[in-house]
Write a protein that binds this ligand. Structure first.
Ligand code: FEO
Length: 159
């Protein structure tokens, strides 16, 4: 059985993961709009992955006898300056999610909920991977300058 504190924190995280999916979907729509189908596909895949994260929390709350409470999903940003701006926004958002997962882990440890510590470890590793991938893309965009031919190539790589 989950403690009340953990149940509330998990429900908040569930909402953040659904918002993440929504944000990536908004980015996918924008990339499509500015003629970057490869980047749009990358964002779509991320959106699905975030939905998978949300459902992992959904399943876990249920498994632990918790009560799920779905909240409204905030409207995501829907316009950016360019592809670099989008990926800088992605990195900032993932850093925010990493902090949120770390806070959840701290709470699980405070509550001495060993099963939660185990469950959250997967997310801790996942965040390391996500931040590294996005930082790598940002570096590539900065090196190439990402306009004209370079942008076309990066879009193909992202596809
Ligand atoms: Fe569910 Fe990208 O963190």
């Amino acid at each position: 059985m989950l403690t009340q504190n953990l149940q509330e924190a998990y429900n908040k995280q569930l909402n953040k993961e659904f918002f993440s999916s929504y944000l990536y979907l908004s980015m996918a729509a924008f990339c499509e709009h500015i003629g970057l189908p490869g980047a749009a596909n990358w964002m779509r895949v991320q959106a699905e992955e975030e939905n998978f994260h949300a459902m992992k929390f959904f399943t876990y709350i249920n498994e632990r006898g918790g009560r799920i409470e779905l909240d409204a999903i905030e409207k995501p940003q829907n316009e950016w300056k360019n592809l670099l701006d989008i990926f800088e926004c992605v990195l900032k958002h993932e850093q925010y999610i990493t902090k949120s997962i770390n806070d959840l882990m701290n709470l699980a440890m405070d509550e001495r909920d060993h099963a939660s510590v185990q469950f959250l470890s997967w997310f801790i590793n996942e965040q390391v991977e996500e931040e590294a991938t996005v930082s790598d893309i940002i570096n590539k965009l900065k090196i190439t300058g990402a306009d004209g031919q370079a942008l076309f190539m990066i879009d193909q790589i992202l596809a």
